[in-house]
Every structure is written in C-alpha cells, then in structure tokens.
Write a protein that binds this ligand. Structure first.
Ligand code: SAM
Length: 292
C-alpha cells in the first residue's frame, strides 16, 4: 500500500516540494489525520461498487482514502495550483478523475451521466470549503442528483443548524430545507488540531441520507421554501408578522393569511421555530391558493 498523504510529515513534504501557500479565501484547511479520514469513508458506507463525488480534493488526502474503497472517484477542485500536485499524489490511483472547476458552476448531473454510467450507488463525500458550505449542500439537494447521500465535514455550528429539531435555537430554514430532502445526523465532532492550517471554528461530520420521497408532500416545493424562509425572517416576530411582511403583497393579504393559518390549525402568534416540517407543509398548502 502507498504511504498515506494525510500525515503531518508527508503533507508538509508535499507542500514544501511545490512551494504551496494556503488560500484562506478558498477555505483551504487540509486534513492531516488518517484515522478521521478512514472514519469519514466508513460513515459513507462506501464499497467497491460505489461511485464517489468529492468536492475540493486539496492535495488528495481524502481522495486517496476514497479511491482505495470506491469503484471510482470524481473530484472537483477550483484551485489550479493544486492540479499538478494532485497529478503527482494520486498517480497510484487509476480510478480517480480530477475536474478543474468551481463545483457551484459545474453541471454535476451531466458529469454523473458521463463518468458513472455503470454505477448505481453514488455518494458525495468531502471536507468542504467552509466559506461555501451551505450553497454547495443546497445545490446538491436542489438539483435532485441520483445519489444515496452526502457525508461531509463542515463547521460544527452549521452541522447543528442542519440537524436541529423544532423548538431549539438552531432550528431554521436551513434545517427544514435539508431535512425535507434527507435524514440528517451529526456523526462526528472533529477537533481543530487535525487540520493545517487550523480553522478558527470547531468542525463536525454530518451524514445526509436522501429520502426516497421528501419528508412532506406539498403542492409547490418553491412556495414551501418561500414560506419557511419568510417564517424565520425575524426570529423574534410571530408567524403572522413575518408572513405579512415577507410574502408578496402580504400586508394587503393579511385576512387571507389569517384564514389559511386558521384553516390548518396553526396559531398566528406562534413563532416559526416552533413549527414542525409537517406543519410548514400544511401551512404552505393552505397559503398557496392565495399566492400562486
Ligand atoms: N479534501 C482536502 C482535505 O480534506 O485535506 C481539502 C479540503 S479544503 C477544506 C477545501 C478544498 O476545496 C480546497 O482544496 C479548495 O481549494 C477547494 N475549493 C474551494 N472552493 C471550491 C469550489 N467552489 N469548488 C471546488 N473546490 C473548491
């Protein structure tokens, strides 16, 4: 077996060989602990039949572990300076393809069609760049990619918000958006010491398992998300206040909003953070006829 990339000594040697300097603006915090990487791969339940999509391979620390377990790995990397390094470090693995692209601009569906033609089991696995964690996760979910799930390292604070339950301070439109599409669990808390350079915040690994059908069935998905975002616009305001101030022509439609709230049995003086996904589903369906 080849020497692991993710040890402090090997990582330093690679960085020195190429004179690589970290770009904070690209969220470059590389993992230097092989045990953590192996656990991430285990949490993703990757087998030799799994196709893996990675975002931000860096110098290949996680990519290497994924390549050893998966059928094939396709990794999106934005930073051109890392390409020659990856070519070198991942040379022993013939089942890895690195695509030089901003994942937010990539047509991931098309890449899946081209690169994973014979593979049914697909996972997204990454140590995400923290400056774009939420847009990346939402892009993957909203594009309805044919994946089993997502296992990613991110800021603990974002992991807390994603897996939060109703009635807690972390519960908000992000919890709802992610839990609508997936079952979300925080599977590991990770100390700062396993990265170079060390990030300023604590980290966690979350596992998002895609639901076969969304958590609630609604008339209009876009409107459902509009209602949830509106309901959390100002956390201390009541549902009625947020909906009237945030929905289009909400102030003129106050009576209709009250009627919809009454119709689905939700007290207008409640706050958004107390509503379950099912209640938001009922509320958005009740409001929909007045706003479509
Ligand atoms: N996977 C490596 C590891 O665990 O050591 C590096 C992880 S580092 C937190 C994030 C990586 O994502 C960096 O390599 C960075 O250049 C890359 N990156 C940042 N923004 C990106 C984007 N929009 N699309 C693709 N890659 C991106």
């Amino acid at each position: 077996m080849n020497k692991d990339i993710a040890t402090p000594v090997r990582t330093r040697a690679i960085l020195e060989k190429y004179g690589f300097s970290f770009k904070k603006s690209l969220g470059q915090n590389f993992l230097i602990d092989t045990n953590i990487l192996k656990k991430i791969v285990e949490f993703a339940n990757i087998t030799e039949d799994t196709g893996t999509i990675e975002i931000g391979p860096g110098i290949g620390a996680l990519t290497e572990q994924l390549a050893r377990s998966s059928n094939k790995v396709v990794a999106f990397e934005i930073d051109q300076r890392l390409l020659p390094i990856l070519k070198d470090t991942l040379d022993p693995y013939s089942n890895v393809k690195v695509i030089h692209q901003d994942v937010l601009k990539a047509d991931v569906k098309e890449v899946i069609k081209d690169e994973f033609q014979t593979i049914d089991d697909l996972m997204v696995v990454a140590n995400l760049p923290y400056y774009v964690t939420t847009p990346i996760i939402m892009k993957i979910l909203e594009e309805h990619l044919p994946i089993r799930g997502i296992v990613v390292m991110l800021q603990k604070e974002v992991a807390d918000r994603i897996s939060a339950s109703p009635g807690t301070k972390d519960y908000g439109s992000l919890s709802i958006a992610v839990q609508y599409y997936t079952e979300a669990e925080t599977v590991m808390i990770v100390p700062k010491t396993v990265f170079v350079p060390q990030p300023n915040v604590d980290s966690a690994v979350i596992r998002l398992t895609r639901r076969t059908t969304p958590a609630v069935t609604v008339k209009d998905e876009g409107f459902f998300f509009q209602v949830t975002r509106a309901s959390f616009a100002q956390r201390r305001k009541t549902l009625l206040n947020n909906l009237t101030s945030q929905l289009p022509d909400g102030k003129q439609k106050k009576e209709q909003i009250l009627e919809a709230l009454g119709g689905c049995g939700v007290d207008p003086t409640r706050r958004g953070e107390t509503l379950s996904l099912e209640e938001f589903g009922r509320l958005s369906d009740a409001l929909y006829p007045y706003f479509k």
